[in-house]
Design a protein around this ligand. Structure first.
Ligand code: UT7
Length: 333
């Protein structure tokens, strides 16, 4: 893709709240079983910052604990900056992707910027579970018009908007954050292809109202549409990048349901051993799921210089986004 500047991911990290909620814990809430949840979703446990299994309410300050979206975001952001050898003062723009902001006003990026010492720009992106990929594409675009360093964070405390008595979806969601530093580097952009979209007519399939009872989802319909949307979007990104699915070293899908992840990978022709998966341990962490899975893969040595990564996600809205990204640190500082 033509660009004034190249860009590269030079730091990455994730952060999870300490409270583990197992399927056995979920079984104390309503009539369900570990077998059913594992078979239908692949999920064995998730982390929660709030909800019935968290004994103490989190303190309000962004740097005082791990109970809010801003706290999780700041922790992941801080670790990603450290890995890149940077501080918040080096960041030109913070892009905070979340569908569970701490407040209506201001944007959650504001307390996160404060906690990290960022004085560049700060903004939130709410594209639900597609949010991080929207953020990554936006970051590459900002680098293309002159930004030097952009911190992209996906962070969620879905436990605060989960209806814990709704057995049709309460077992799905988890909390967490993942972050990447996107830096300007000499040469080509690492973003080789991308696609973003929204079909607002599908809002009724998945929503949460102000003051309502939490997230409401028509699971089966979301399931069916998610597979088609994700495959279509990924195909567009692969075409823009002029690469084949067989060229992809690692597919990092939104961690919504292992059956959706498997179905998408199979339709694209990507073998299972090239799919990044953390959903067994994290559940569906919406905007945070892709950067958490990416960090896990990078930390476990699954990525080598020059590898092609395919990111793809979908979410409430309904939104979708995908990107083909070349992994590598660019020219070292
Ligand atoms: O991140 C973004 C968006 N969200 C998603 O990606 C979620 C997409 N949807 C899904 O992942 C799946 O639809 C679910 C995991 C939410 C549900 O799985 P499903 O295979 O679509 O189940 P279902 O809703 O079709 O229900 C099948 C059966 C029903 O019983 P009958 O009618 O067949 O007798 C349900 O009553 O399973 C029953 N059921 C449960 N059984 C045990 C529903 N919830 C539960 C439960 N435990 N928690």
């Amino acid at each position: 893709m033509p660009s004034e500047h190249g860009c590269a991911i030079t730091g990455w990290a994730s952060a999870l709240p300490t409270t583990v909620v197992t399927n056995q814990d979920i079984m104390t809430l309503f009539d369900t079983s570990d077998e059913w949840i594992v078979e239908r979703t692949g999920i064995r446990q998730r982390r929660a910052a709030d909800g019935p299994f968290v004994a103490e309410r989190p303190p309000a300050s962004p740097d005082g604990g791990m109970g809010t979206t801003a706290q999780l975001a700041a922790q992941a952001g801080h670790a990603a900056l450290e890995r890149a050898g940077l501080t918040g003062a080096d960041i030109d723009l913070l892009v905070l992707c979340t569908t569970s902001p701490d407040q209506l006003v201001p944007a959650t990026s504001s307390p996160v910027a404060n906690a990290l010492g960022i004085r560049g720009g700060g903004m939130d992106i709410n594209a639900a579970c597609a949010g991080f990929t929207y953020g990554l594409v936006s970051a590459a675009g900002m680098v293309g018009v002159g930004a030097q360093r952009v911190l992209v964070i996906g962070a969620e405390t879905l436990s605060r908007i989960t209806n814990w008595s709704d057995r049709s979806n309460a077992f799905l969601f988890g909390d967490g954050a993942g972050a990447v530093v996107v830096e300007a580097v000499p040469g080509e952009s690492s973003l080789l292809g991308w696609d973003v979209g929204v079909d607002g007519s599908l809002q009724p399939l998945f929503y949460a109202d102000h003051g309502g009872t939490g997230m409401r989802m028509r699971g089966q319909e979301v399931f069916r549409k998610a597979i088609r949307m994700t495959v279509d979007s990924a195909t567009k990104s692969l075409e823009m990048a002029k690469v084949q699915a067989s060229d992809i070293a690692l597919f990092v899908p939104h961690q919504a349901n292992v059956r959706i992840m498997d179905a998408v990978a199979e339709r694209l022709g990507i073998p299972g051993d090239r799919v990044a998966s953390v959903i067994q341990q994290t559940g569906n962490t919406s905007s945070a799921s892709i950067p958490i899975a990416l960090s896990d893969a990078a930390d476990n040595g699954r990525l080598n210089e020059g590898d092609l990564i395919l990111f793809a996600g979908f979410g409430a809205g309904m939104t979708w986004a995908s990107a083909v990204w070349r992994w590598g640190s660019g020219t070292p500082r």
